[in-house]
Design a protein around this ligand. Structure first.
Ligand code: SF4
Ligand code: SF4
Length: 179
């Protein structure tokens, strides 16, 4: 131990510095807030609880069950099954999600969203397993109306509507009267 360190120890320099810092903060404005009565504003594009987007006209899920979101999901927590050409089951194990947002980014149909809801803690794992019904109702609760449309346009591009078919490109057409 050096002489300087010894002197600092004898005269409690570090403790006095700590007390001085505490005293200087005693009369300043508190940085803590009284949650849940007070809340901080949510950052734009916040990634909270998931929702399955609905068509504004038909009120049905936009998801076509292509599986792009499930493929890109690093946590492998999205489970999809299709039947009769439509998505039959779309489920998310929320406890495994890392909120990377890749699922939203990968979806070309703006069919899955991360809402602003962060208050969904619960006592059971089952409550945090998002079934298709729960995900669709999350859309109604947190993203209905213009909010949902703006969410995709503001934070997640490109969307399927951003792509066109270049002039002269060969496209698949259903052959009429094919035998
Ligand atoms: S936010 Fe990331 S981890 Fe969570 S479901 Fe989407 S892709 Fe998976
Ligand atoms: S949410 Fe989007 S990417 Fe995922 S299966 Fe549905 S349509 Fe495909």
């Amino acid at each position: 131990m050096t002489v300087k360190e010894l002197v600092r120890k004898i005269f409690f320099v570090e403790i006095i510095k700590g007390l001085a810092l505490t005293l200087s903060r005693l009369f300043t404005h508190a940085v803590t807030i009284q949650y849940p009565k007070e809340r901080r504003p949510i950052a734009p594009g916040f990634r909270g609880l998931h929702a399955l987007a609905k068509h504004p006209q038909t009120d049905k899920a936009k998801c076509v069950g292509c599986g792009l979101c499930a493929t890109i999901c690093p946590s492998q927590c999205i489970h999809i099954s299709r039947a009769k050409g439509t998505v039959e089951k779309y489920e998310i194990e929320v406890l495994r999600c890392i909120y990377c947002g890749f699922c939203v980014e990968a979806c070309p149909y703006s069919a899955v969203a991360l809402t602003e809801n962060y208050e969904y803690s619960d006592y059971s794992r089952d409550a945090l397993y998002m079934t298709t019904e729960k995900l669709l109702s999350n859309w109604d609760k947190y993203m209905a109306g213009k909010k949902g449309e703006e969410y995709f346009k503001k934070f997640w591009r490109p969307l399927s509507e951003d792509f066109g078919t270049p002039a002269g490109q060969a496209v698949f057409r259903k052959i009429q009267n094919a035998k």
